[in-house]
Ligand binder design. Sequence first.
Ligand code: ZN
Ligand code: ZN
Length: 177
Amino acid sequence: MPFNHDNMIGVRLAERLVNLRATRSWTSEALASALHDALVRFDTVDPELERGLSAWASELRTVFAADDVDGRMASVNAVLAVGVRKVQLATHDGLPPHLHFADHESGVLDRVRAMTSGGLAVFATEAGGGRMGICARQGCDCVFADVSKNGRRAYCSAACGNRDAVQRYRARSAHRR
Ligand SMILES: [Zn+2]
Ligand SMILES: [Zn+2]
């Protein structure tokens, strides 16, 4: 499935904000690099922005955590209602026409809310409400958006998939004794 690349920047930022909290690696430095990587214009990550992003990350988590399509639609609609005020079609840098959710005039938090909620809405549409979830490894709370070919991803990362396989193997071996 060819997921829209520009839109995936918002999805990846959503994933990253949620996972910074899930892995307890939420610091102003980590936030600054997440914003930088998502091409978000900002000066500094002050405590007020940090609090705003933290509250927003817990809203975003509900989208990944939803356990069926109806629940996901409700969560996406809830973040859209807060996040997106204006949508525009744009082309630049040789890209095909795509949607822009963030308004250049808005502050950092509003732009992050817009691009993450708008991005998740487009992704949820393209993915038929699926392809999002929480890592299947016990003890990992990270979320993921699945762009794999078969759409059957269960772990946040290859590392978690491998660790889980090792844990399951050990559990089986222990039973055999
Ligand atoms: Zn663009
Ligand atoms: Zn994981």
